[in-house]
Design a protein around this ligand. Structure first.
Ligand code: SF4
Length: 322
C-alpha cells in the first residue's frame, strides 16, 4: 500500500478514467477515453513548451477534434509581444477571473486558451493603433478565396478598445457586408437592445465577429474559414483583453471555446478564454426567429450583469462600475 505522503504521477490511465467520467455526465465532445488519446492528453499536460501544432496533429490523428489549428492563438500571442515590446513572459494583468467552469476539453487545453493573455496591457492609444493595423491587414486579406471574391467589404469590429465586455458574433450578413460595420440591421438592433438592457451602450463595449467576410448567402462559415480568420479575432481579444466575452450563437461559442457542445449546453454558466470570463447565449438572429428563447438570453445577460457588479434592482439609476 502506498504511503499517503507520496504523490502518484498522472498516468494515461488516470486521464482515461477522468475522460470516461466526463463523458458519462454528458460532456460528450471529449475524445473517447482510449489509451492512445489519453496518452496524447497526458503528453499535452506534461510538455507545456511543446508546439500546439504538434499536439493538434496527434489529436487530429485520433479523429476526435474538429477545430484543429490553434497555432493562430499562439501567433496572436507573439504578435502582441512584439508590438508591445514587452518581455516574452506570457504574463498579463493581474486579476484573472477566479472562476470558472470550463469544459477542460483536450482541444481547449492544447489551444492555450487556459493561459493568460500574453504581454503587458496596452494604453488606449496603443490599443487603437494596433487594432487599426490589424484592420488594415484584414482589409487586404484574401486567404479564403470564395469569401474574398464575393465580399463587398471586410467587417473588422468596432467599439471601445478599453471595453470590459466584448460581444463575439459569427460573421457579417448582407447589411454588415454593405456597411462594413458589425451587427447592423434587425439582428443588430436587437443586439443594441440587449446591450442597453445591461445599462450599457454600444460605444462602451466592443463588437466583433469570428470571421470578417460575409459567407455567400449567409451560409455558416466552414471550419477552414474559421481557422483562417482565428488569428484576427484572437489578436483583437489579446489587445482589448476584456473581462467578459459574450459569445452570440453556436459558431462563436465553438470557435472561441474549442467546444462541440450546443449553445443550450454551454449557456447558463461561465467559461474561460484566457483571462476573460465567457458567457454563451443565443445569436440575436436566432432570437428574432425564436422569440420564446429570449428569456434564456435575458437570464444569461443577468448572470453577466450580476457578476460585473450591475445592481439589477437599481437599473436606471447610477451604475456601479468595476
Ligand atoms: S474571412 Fe478572414 S481569413 Fe478569410 S478572407 Fe476574410 S479576413 Fe481573410
Amino acid at each position: 500500500m502506498e504511503s499517503s505522503s507520496e504523490v502518484s504521477p498522472v498516468t494515461p490511465g488516470h486521464v482515461a478514467g477522468l475522460l470516461g467520467h466526463l463523458s458519462r455526465i454528458g460532456i460528450g465532445y471529449l475524445p473517447m477515453p482510449d489509451q492512445a488519446v489519453a496518452a496524447a492528453l497526458a503528453a499535452t499536460r506534461s510538455l507545456p513548451t511543446e508546439s500546439f501544432e504538434s499536439t493538434d496533429q496527434r489529436d487530429a490523428a485520433s479523429g476526435n477534434i474538429q477545430h484543429r489549428s490553434t497555432a493562430p492563438d499562439a501567433a496572436a500571442d507573439e504578435a502582441v509581444r512584439k508590438s508591445s515590446g514587452g518581455p516574452d513572459s506570457g504574463r498579463s494583468r493581474s486579476g484573472a477571473p477566479p472562476v470558472v467552469t470550463g469544459d477542460g476539453a483536450a482541444s481547449a487545453i492544447a489551444s492555450g486558451i487556459d493561459q493568460p493573455y500574453a504581454g503587458p496591457s496596452l494604453s488606449p492609444a496603443d490599443r487603437a493603433a494596433r487594432l487599426a493595423e490589424i484592420a488594415s491587414r484584414v482589409a487586404g486579406c484574401t486567404t479564403c478565396t470564395e469569401l474574398a471574391c464575393s465580399r463587398r467589404s471586410t467587417v473588422f469590429g468596432e467599439g471601445d478598445p478599453m471595453a470590459k465586455i466584448c460581444f463575439l458574433g459569427e460573421a457579417p450578413g448582407q447589411e454588415e457586408d454593405a456597411s462594413g460595420r458589425p451587427f447592423v440591421g434587425r439582428s443588430g438592433e436587437l443586439l443594441t437592445k440587449m446591450i442597453e438592457a445591461c445599462t450599457l451602450s454600444r460605444s462602451e463595449v466592443y463588437i466583433l465577429n469570428v470571421i470578417k467576410c460575409r459567407p455567400p448567402n449567409n451560409r455558416t462559415p466552414d471550419p477552414e474559414e474559421v481557422a483562417n480568420c482565428r488569428s484576427y479575432f484572437a489578436e483583437q481579444l489579446q489587445i482589448i483583453r476584456p473581462d467578459y466575452i459574450v459569445c452570440l450563437g453556436l459558431v462563436a461559442a465553438r470557435s472561441l471555446l474549442h467546444s462541440d457542445l450546443s449553445v443550450g449546453r454551454l449557456r447558463g454558466r461561465f467559461h474561460r478564454y484566457r483571462d476573460s470570463k465567457v458567457v454563451v447565449t443565443y445569436h440575436p438572429s436566432y432570437l428574432l426567429r425564436t422569440p420564446n428563447v429570449k428569456k434564456e438570453a435575458w437570464f444569461d445577460l443577468q448572470m453577466l450583469m450580476k457578476d460585473y457588479g450591475i445592481d439589477l434592482s437599481q437599473i436606471g439609476s447610477k451604475r456601479p462600475r468595476k
